[in-house]
Design a protein around this ligand. Structure first.
Ligand SMILES: O=C[C@H](O)COP(=O)(O)O
Length: 484
């Protein structure tokens, strides 16, 4: 597709159903990671403006929680329709702002509309339960508890840059359908995409104040938002260090944190190596590896390592590299700092004796897909999350060694096990310390109704549509005491 020249736009923030310029008069420039030019500016709002947004959210939430579930469902369906109508416009902004290929950006918008609709349908089919007292020793049969789920109040939704629409809506939709209001703080790089998504929500006619988008400098409003007493729950996706910082700052409120990963692809001696390589390549290199669920290390049995590395190399040569506008898989990383970090991991590994199979080529923030063999535990790339297109291969002598190395990581998001022996696959999966283990498939979050959970440094709390709704609601028990 051809680049249209965007006029330099000042995007407003959204509070109480209105688009506004900040009283600070300050804006933040958003530079495209591949056009290398400013594509727009977002408002750098103040703490007072955050206060206002939270006040409006609380006011709107009370009424919203009171209307019927069917009425809330109608609004969300309209929002999904609006996203479909605006899919090209939103996808183009995603592409320009975060450098995701147009095809993937469009899929992100379509996936989001599906997510919203599924969330509505899930909520429509969720219901409470009742209990009688006499199932506990000494309890009375005439004491009946009615257990329902009620909203928590105002949810702070903080998505990352890499899915600026999908990972935002996957927090907003469960929050809204269950009767909450939302303060949405987009990643700064990703804020324009978030604003576009909220334009669709605005067009769907949601009540004023229910969703507010606050843009600004993390140093000014980041901690302020997290510590704000008007926030009742936080759903955050992003880096592990930020997640840990946030958890220390947040008060006594529920948190769901989806953080980093170092997902291993464990390749057993009996794996179908061609199939395995396809999954590993797609898992490791889609969107240049800028996915928390990317395969970030290969733990392969020594006896099949040479053959696997050769096939991986062949597959890597087929990966298209370049501009996201031409639907390339390998695209420039989000910024120079990220590319510098990936390069430092490659340099460190090569200095310590890793073998370069392919890659280690760079143009600005575009890093070519890089495969490193004979990586060992002394190299940073064996343990650190690159969030870029570098894949270390670590050779192991047994399944036990692979499991041990997999579990020595500080992360525990997902893992893949490749083998033709389903029994062995389960035995390995059972021993892996991760939220999910994929057998003969790449690591990935979807389909989006599956539970999605990170353990250790990869997070806390569970997402997935039903689980997200549960995380943004709590039980409310009403007990009826019948006269005997
Ligand atoms: O980057 C974190 C996302 O949750 C990964 O989602 P994905 O597996 O669909 O790419």
């Amino acid at each position: 597709m051809k680049t249209k020249v965007l006029s330099l736009l000042d995007y407003k923030f959204y509070v109480n159903g209105e688009w506004k310029e900040s009283q600070t008069g300050q804006t933040i420039e958003i530079k495209s990671p591949y056009l290398y030019e400013v594509i727009g500016k977002v408002q750098a709002i103040s703490k007072n403006e955050v206060d206002e947004a939270i006040t409006f959210a609380h006011e709107a939430q009370k009424e919203w929680a009171n209307i019927s579930l069917q009425q809330r469902a109608d609004y969300l369906y309209k929002w999904a329709d609006q996203l479909i109508d605006k899919q090209d416009e939103i996808a183009e902004i995603i592409m320009k702002e975060v450098g995701k290929s147009f095809k993937d950006a469009k899929n992100e918008v379509l996936r989001t509309a599906d997510f919203i609709r599924f969330t509505v349908e899930e909520a429509l089919h969720m219901h409470g339960e009742s209990m009688r007292g006499d199932s506990f020793p000494g309890g009375s049969k005439s004491k009946i508890a009615i257990i329902e789920r009620v909203p928590l109040g105002v949810i702070l939704a903080i998505p990352p840059f890499n899915y600026p629409v999908n990972l935002a809506a996957s927090k907003l939709a469960p929050a809204l359908i269950s009767g909450n209001a939302v303060i949405f703080k987009p990643a700064t790089q990703g804020a324009i995409s978030g604003i576009k998504m909220i334009e669709a929500l605005h067009a769907a006619g949601f009540p004023k104040g229910l969703v507010n988008i606050v843009t600004g400098r993390g140093s000014v409003i980041g901690d302020y938002l997290v510590e704000h007493e008007g926030i009742n729950m936080i759903s955050f996706t992003g880096g592990t260090n930020t997640g840990i910082h946030l958890a220390k700052k947040a008060g006594m409120i529920p948190l769901v944190l989806e953080l980093g990963g170092k997902d291993p692809g464990i390749v057993c001696e009996d794996a179908d190596l061609h199939e395995t390589a396809k999954h590993i390549i797609s898992g490791a290199f889609s969107y240049s590896g800028q996915r928390c669920t990317a395969i970030k290390r290969v733990l392969v049995h020594e006896s099949v390592a040479d053959e696997l590395v050769e096939i991986l190399n062949e597959e890597i040569q087929k990966l298209p590299v370049g501009s996201p506008e031409d639907d390339n898989t390998i695209v420039p990383l989000i910024d120079d700092e990220s590319a510098d970090f990936v390069q430092s991991l490659i340099d460190d590994a090569l200095k310590k004796g890793a073998k370069l199979v392919t890659g280690n080529k760079r143009q600005h923030n575009l890093i070519y897909p890089t495969l490193l063999d004979h990586v060992t535990g002394v190299m940073k790339v064996a343990w650190e999350e690159p969030f870029g297109p570098v894949l270390p291969v670590i050779r192991v002598c047994s399944d036990e060694e692979a499991i041990k190395l997999a579990n020595e990581s500080n992360f525990g998001l997902q893992a893949s096990v490749f083998t033709k022996n389903i029994n062995k696959a389960f035995l390995i999966a059972n021993k892996i310390e991760a939220g999910s283990v994929q057998i003969n498939g790449r690591t990935e979050r979807g389909p989006d109704h599956f539970p999605f959970i990170g353990v250790k440094g990869s997070g806390m709390g569970t997402q997935g549509i039903r689980m997200s709704i549960e995380s943004m609601t709590r039980e409310k028990i009403t007990v009826v005491n019948l006269a005997e």
